[in-house]
Write a protein that binds this ligand. Structure first.
Ligand code: HXC
Ligand code: NAP
Length: 258
């Protein structure tokens, strides 16, 4: 079985790439990727660019997205515009989308990948800590989607992909904030898909499993710690914690005879 890649402190482009799809699948398309300066968003930008796409990568840290943009453009020969924004601030999002439209004249694809997360027991999670993750993940996804709708997708159609997670599907310890935020994004995806679908805007969620070499997994911990987190004591009891099984015949023997 293939080994997961080593953990890294900074993202780099792949040393080699064998096209998964037709190489010109996204030729001259433009993708706006929040959180595109690192982790999963960085790799989405790279793969899109290797298939002919130009990208805008946007997050709070301008140095981070600027360095990532240089690497991406060098490795792929496509254009990459780095922009600083906080997805929680609609005015900053609007300014960034304007700048992207001035640069490229269009945006075909929006990837909502920006997110915030940390491990914390629900009992010690402050209201502001819960709100912060809801604001980045859920409100942020809505803010960027709505601005792009107003400024371009309403009149030209487009594609939105929201990066979510499987955390909330069964529930997971220490993750009530992130699981709730991503579940709300999944609901938002369905609402926007039916509301904007008739206007030629396709909206989908993509929920990756744990991806090694990313900040998201680093924050959950690695190895056994991550495995313990993923394990649910409600739905998947381990044999060692089960009470000893009673042999069936013994049970039958104990039934009173009629
Ligand atoms: C408990 C915490 C906390 C922690 C912050 N807070 N970190 N509470 N445990 N480890 C609380 C603070 O005390 C504060 O509440 C509130 O959260 C806001 O904190 P700030 O630091 O002011 O927030 P901000 O500067 O906006 O930073 C957001 C952040 C930060 C989420 C806290 O970690 C961040 O910027 N993260 C971005 C990168 C990231 O998280 N990547 C992973 C995404 S992966 P009080 O009450 O004190 O005011 C992901 C994984 C999905 O989503 C699933 C994987 C399988
Ligand atoms: P990551 O590298 O930390 O990516 C998160 C990105 O979001 C960062 O580039 C960060 O950049 C940006 N960001 C955070 N807050 C922001 C804000 N307020 N405004 C704008 N940008 C902001 O983590 P990752 O692990 O690759 O995660 C990427 C996505 O995949 C997330 O949506 C995550 O929930 C999802 N996911 C990850 C995993 C996994 O195993 N890693 C599994 C399932 C789902 P700045 O700090 O510069 O703002």
């Amino acid at each position: 079985m293939a080994q997961p890649p080593a953990d890294v402190s900074e993202d780099d482009c792949l040393p080699e790439y064998h096209h998964l799809f037709c190489p010109d699948l996204l030729q001259d398309k433009v993708a706006f990727i929040t959180g595109g300066g690192s982790g999963i968003g960085f790799r989405i930008a790279e793969i899109f660019m290797r298939h002919g796409c130009h990208t805008v990568i946007a997050s709070r840290s301008l140095p981070r997205v600027s360095m990532a943009a240089r690497k991406l453009a060098t490795a792929t020969g496509r254009r990459c515009l780095p922009l600083s924004l906080d997805v929680r601030a609609p005015l900053a999002v609007a300014a960034a989308v304007e700048q992207a439209l001035q640069e490229f004249g269009k945006i075909d694809i929006l990837i909502n990948c920006a997110a915030g997360n940390f491990l914390c027991p629900a009992s010690s999670l402050s209201s502001n800590a819960f709100k912060t993750v809801m604001d980045i993940d859920t409100l942020g996804t809505f803010n960027v989607s709505r601005v792009l709708y107003e400024k371009f997708f309403r009149d030209h159609g487009g594609v939105i992909v929201n990066i979510t997670a499987t955390l909330g599907a069964r529930g997971q310890v220490l993750q009530v904030h992130a699981g709730s935020a991503k579940a709300a994004v999944d609901a938002m995806t369905r609402h926007l898909a039916v509301e904007w679908g008739p206007q030629n805007i396709r909206v989908n969620s993509l929920a990756p499993g744990p991806i090694s070499g990313t900040e998201g997994l680093r924050r959950l911990g690695s190895g056994q710690r991550a495995a313990r987190l993923v394990h649910s004591p409600l739905s998947d009891p381990r044999p060692a914690t089960r009470p000893p099984a009673q042999p069936e015949c013994q049970t039958q023997q104990s039934q009173p005879s009629i």
